[in-house]
Write a new protein. Structure first.
Length: 222
């Protein structure tokens, strides 16, 4: 069986941008060449997350930033709200949508982050295995809650949503630091706004916890 892969195709005004992501079949970590050269903004110490547990001696580059620098460099010079057709092919389905560029980039960046090896984003990696591009906020919340509950089940404990809030706080810190990196590496707003889109979800989860997930309650009847 070949290694799993996901392909994003952005149909832009000046041509098609195709991005092929290949993953390790067991871990769903993103494959990256060992000899990859990364830009300065991907160095671990450049706007390093305050809560990053990685040491420079072992990880000279931020795994998330290094992965992004391989796949999305061209998008840093494009505008967020350009309407484009985006096709996503996963091992089980093919999805096509007409969306603002930032929506497609946010979906791609979220997938890269989850599978990059970033310690604070590894929580999302099972969702990378069942990637659902263009998921709206409610669908993403449903998926995150399902994954969080299943993770607790496998660990033999009841889900504690205080832990989920802490996970989302850590994710938000990663997003803030990544935005600073991107500001240094790109000259247009498509990449920045994609990170903002992802961070909006991370910041909203604690509010959902406070309301006992009211936005999803109607799906389950009385």
């Amino acid at each position: 069986m070949s290694d799993p892969r996901i392909v994003y195709r952005f149909h832009l005004a000046d041509g098609v941008e195709e991005i092929l992501l290949e993953f390790e079949p067991e871990t769903y970590l993103l494959k990256r060449p060992s000899d990859q050269k990364v830009p300065e903004w991907a160095a671990l110490e450049f706007h390093k997350c305050a809560h990053c547990p990685l040491a420079v001696a072992e990880h000279p580059n931020c795994p998330f930033a290094a992965a992004l620098s391989r796949y999305v460099t061209n998008f840093g010079h494009r505008d967020s709200f350009d309407e484009v057709t985006i096709e996503v092919t996963t091992p089980t389905r093919r999805i096509s949508a007409r969306k603002p560029l930032q929506v497609g980039i946010a979906s791609l960046v979220g997938l890269i982050g989850a599978s990059s090896g970033c310690p604070h984003l590894s929580f999302y990696r099972p969702m990378a295995r069942y990637h659902s591009p263009f998921a709206d906020e409610q669908e993403t919340l449903y998926r995150v809650l399902s994954m969080f509950t299943m993770n607790a089940m496998f660990a033999g404990r009841a889900p504690d949503f205080t832990d989920l809030a802490q996970l989302m706080d850590a994710v938000s810190e990663v997003n803030v630091a990544m935005a600073e990196r991107i500001r240094a590496g790109f000259d247009r707003d498509a990449m920045i706004n994609a990170i903002v889109t992802l961070d909006f979800f991370a910041m909203n989860v604690p509010l959902e916890i406070e309301t006992k997930f009211n936005s999803l309650r109607h799906l389950f009847g009385e």
